[in-house]
Each structure stands twice: as structure tokens, then as C-alpha cells.
Design a protein around this ligand. Structure first.
Ligand code: ZN
Length: 490
């Protein structure tokens, strides 16, 4: 299988033809969430970006093994090697088992992903479930001479590594600059150099997440899990590694160093990074008061939000920008996305009821060809959505009679439009799912209340009261009328 897909490789700093190592199989690894808090806006963009890549490669005929991890141990507060473990800290504050915290927030993350119509990955490994693999990887790196042990902790030896390989090649950081810019250690650290990073950390007596290792009780460093789990599920070399731009340094740089140190070669063929989200032009951060969780966004409950925004509006909004461009959230931009989404959904419905003509005035195959050309060009969703907008106008012109389509062309356009918008871009009418649920509830309540009417007619008052009381307990108030009933939901 040859592919005409081009992707921008952060490592080579250019667009490259996507040629999987072992087509049609594709191995893709994406750094997933650290589960110690509610999923937020920052989680939405990488999730949607790599969901799109997963969907598009699948559409193109590839068999994608998509691995997205869950970080439930080892992610320390300052993203490097210091501070408390984020999950353990939350567990201490909330007086729960760390795994209880991790599970709760992983569940919330999954709920939010379902609402955003993000498909589940093929494999979702968690760091705490792969301690054995991580210990084995530390041993490999020690054996190859690029790590050292100091009183129960093991650190990666960046200076030794740099003598043989290039540390910093992904981020473009130069070791000499790193050395010059790093503050001297104040003696609290066991590291030989400030830029060395932990592969394994000794657990202090109060540290609750701990495992036995050849170096004593401890826990893995954050960067280790992704190297260990990607190798385990995708092999020593695989096609795509993704994540947000903010992960390039130190996380992905350290992943590269670990894999090269252990195997002697790069593990990843293409590094793909999505750009970040800003809010009204500012970086999102807890200290800036513009930290918005997805629940707040969907419910409109944050002070910066003028209204709730549906998950599909958020998905549409994210796709309107190319994944490597910055994306700024504002009420105006979200409201515009909401309108764009409505136009798209309306066109889907219009397409199903177009009146066919004896000839076509539109070149229907061009629609799919243009969308594919846009997506083949490094997933240019901005261009794909511009093409879709142009065709929404065409669809409305056919409806108005200004353009015409044969029955076969109308069917082709309907099929292609659905394939691009629903299957590839993952845009669906989420208001419809709610409406369907509401319809079902209405029907079920009416069935019960008709049974109650029959019970009353048969003077079976215990059944009739039971139905009324149990509905009342669910918040359904029933009012008897002369012949029938009325009901409302509180
Ligand atoms: Zn990672």
C-alpha cells in the first residue's frame, strides 16, 4: 500500500510522506492524561487531533493499533523530578486510595471523550500496571552505561548519552545551553547533573505509591512509562508518536533518550504534535483563573462563558483550525463554531431529501477528492471544513432549484458527505441523541400511566398508587384529569 498522506514530523521539521513500516499495519502511540483532576480544555485538543488521525488512517485502509496511556503514577508536580506525585497528593488530600483517585478521574476523562465522540484507543495501558516492564527498561539502560544509581534512585546520565548520541534533537535544545541555564543544585539532589532525569525514584517512608525493585522500594519516573509501554505494544520501532507541543521537552526528549539508550536506535518514525489552546489570547492556567474543565464548558458554568457549548461545538471548533496552529477560545469564536455546526447538520438532513433531476450541474466526485486532498496535506481540517462549507452552499442551491443533481449524484454526495463529516471528522448531531432519549422517556411514562388508568378502572388502587408514587420518587408529578392524566418532570 502506498500512501499519499503527508504528515509534519517534528523531528525532521518537515512534512514527510507517511509510509508505515509494516503496511497496512500502523503503530501509533499518544501520551494520554494524568488522572488526578477533572478533564479540561487542554485535554480536548490532543484527543480530537489524534482521534482524527486514527479515523483518517482507518478510512484510508490502514489497520491502526492506537495506544494511548493513562499516567497514574510518577508524574511529579513540577513535571521533572521534584515535588509530590500528582495522583498521590490528590489521594492524600481526599483521603482515598491513589487508585481510587486515578480510577475516578479516568472515568471522567472517558465520559468526556465519549461526549466529544473521540473513539477509544485500541489499547489503553496505565503506568502502574507496567512496573515490571519499566524496571526491565531501567536495567537495560544501566547495562548500556547511560544511567547511574544513587542511594535507591536511578538517573539517566545525559552527559554520557550526549557523548554518543544527540540529546535535544527533538526540541532543538542544546546541551551546553541547558547546562548554562540550569541552576546549580543546592545539594538536596542525588543527581550528578541538574538535567539528568529520574528513571526510578526511591520512595520516602510516607510515599504511598511504591513498588519493590532491585534498588529498593520506589516508583518509576514519568518519562519511563511511555518508552516501556510503547515498546511493549508497538515494538522497538513504530510509526507515529503523538502528543501536545508542551510535551516535547522534557517528556518526549527523555523518551527518545531512553529508547535510544536501551535499543541503540530511535523507536519513533514520526513525531506529531498538536499546538496549544489559549483562552482570550492567554495561556490556560489555574493561577490565571481561566482554567476551564470540560464539564464547565458543556454546562456553561464558568464565569468566562456566556453560555454552554455542546461537545460537538467544541469538536467542530477544534477542527476548524489546523492542528499545528494555535487555537484561541473566546465566546465569539465558539458561537461562530456553533452556527457552522448547525449549518453542517442541517445540510446532512437536506441531503436526504433532495429532489433528483435528469442531469447534474455539480461535479460531485470533486467533493471527496477535495476533502481527501486537504486531509492528505498534514490533516488540513481547516481546508477540509472550508470545502465542506462550499458544498453546503451547493446543497442549499440544489434544494432551492438553482443547481440540479441526478438521483445517482445525490446519493453519492449524501454518502460522501456523511463519510467525511461523520466517519472521518467525527461530527454528529449530539442534540439528537438527547432528543431521542427524551422521546423514549416520554413514551415509557405514557405506557406506565396508561397501565395505571387500567388499574384504576379495575379498582386495583394499590397498583395505581404504586405507579404514581414510584414515578413521583423519580421526579415525575402525575395529575389526574377527568378522563385521563397529565404529567410533568420536576
Ligand atoms: Zn508520554
Amino acid at each position: 500500500m502506498t500512501s499519499s498522506i503527508q504528515l509534519y514530523n517534528t523531528l525532521s521539521r518537515k512534512k514527510e510522506n507517511f509510509e508505515p513500516l509494516n503496511a497496512p499495519h500502523v503503530g501509533m502511540y499518544v501520551c494520554g492524561p494524568t488522572v488526578y483532576g477533572d478533564p479540561h480544555l487542554g485535554h480536548a485538543r490532543p484527543a480530537v487531533t489524534f482521534d482524527l488521525l486514527f479515523r483518517y488512517l482507518t478510512y484510508c485502509g490502514y489497520k491502526v493499533r492506537y495506544v494511548r496511556n493513562i499516567t497514574d503514577v510518577g508524574h511529579l508536580e513540577n513535571d521533572a523530578d521534584a515535588g509530590e506525585d500528582k495522583v498521590a497528593k490528590k489521594a492524600r488530600i481526599e483521603r482515598q486510595e491513589p487508585m481510587e483517585v486515578a480510577q475516578r478521574y479516568a472515568n471522567r476523562y472517558h465520559d468526556a471523550m465519549r461526549l466529544l465522540n473521540v473513539l477509544p484507543p485500541s489499547i489503553e495501558p496505565c503506568a502502574s500496571g507496567h512496573i515490571i516492564e519499566q524496571i526491565a527498561l531501567v536495567q537495560e539502560i544501566l547495562k548500556s552505561g547511560f544511567a547511574y544509581e544513587v542511594s535507591g534512585s536511578v538517573y539517566f546520565d545525559v552527559a554520557a548519552y550526549s557523548k554518543k548520541y544527540t540529546y535535544g534533537k527533538l526540541s532543538g535544545r542544546v546541551l551546553d545551553d541547558l547546562m548554562a541555564n540550569t541552576r546549580n543544585l543546592d545539594g538536596q539532589d542525588d543527581k550528578r547533573n541538574p538535567f539528568d532525569f529520574a528513571l526510578w525514584k526511591k520512595a520516602s517512608p510516607e510515599h504511598i505509591m511504591r513498588w519493590a525493585s532491585p534498588w529498593g522500594d520506589g516508583f518509576p519516573g514519568w518519562h519511563l512509562e511511555c518508552s516501556a509501554m510503547s515498546t511493549k505494544y508497538l515494538g522497538e520501532t513504530f510509526d507515529i508518536h503523538g502528543g501536545g507541543l508542551d510535551l516535547i521537552f522534557p517528556h518526549h526528549e527523555c523518551e527518545i533518550a531512553q529508547s535510544v539508550a536501551a535499543c541503540g536506535h530511535d523507536a519513533v518514525r514520526m513525531w506529531v504534535h498538536n499546538n496549544m489552546i489559549t483562552i482570550n489570547g492567554q495561556k490556560m492556567g489555574k493561577s490565571l483563573g481561566n482554567f476551564i474543565t470540560l464539564e464547565e464548558l458543556f454546562g456553561g458554568s464558568h464565569r468566562l462563558l456566556a453560555q454552554p457549548y455542546s461537545p460537538m461545538t467544541i469538536r467542530f471548533f477544534i477542527l476548524q483550525a489546523h492542528y499545528r496552529s494555535t487555537l484561541d477560545f473566546s465566546n465569539e469564536a465558539l458561537q461562530a463554531a456553533e452556527k457552522g455546526l448547525q449549518r453542517l447538520l442541517a445540510a446532512q438532513k437536506t441531503l436526504a431529501h433532495l429532489k433528483p433531476s435528469s442531469k447534474s450541474t455539480l461535479d460531485v466526485p470533486r467533493f471527496m477528492a477535495s476533502c481527501r486532498a486537504a486531509l492528505n496535506d498534514d490533516l488540513n481540517t481547516a481546508l477540509a471544513l472550508a470545502t465542506i462549507a462550499e458544498w453546503i452552499k451547493n446543497i442549499n442551491s440544489v434544494k432551492a432549484g438553482a443547481e440540479t443533481l441526478t438521483a445517482a449524484d445525490a446519493a453519492l454526495l449524501s454518502k460522501d458527505f456523511t463519510t467525511v463529516t461523520t466517519d472521518i471528522l467525527g461530527i454528529k448531531d449530539d442534540s439528537q441523541a438527547d432528543a431521542e432519549k427524551k422521546d423514549l422517556a416520554t413514551d415509557l411514562i405514557n405506557i406506565l400511566l396508561n397501565l395505571r388508568l387500567q388499574a384504576k378502572a379495575a379498582k386495583d388502587f394499590s397498583t395505581s398508587d404504586k405507579i404514581r408514587n414510584e414515578l413521583a420518587a423519580l421526579g415525575v408529578t402525575v395529575k389526574d384529569t377527568k378522563e385521563s392524566f397529565e404529567w410533568s418532570i420536576a
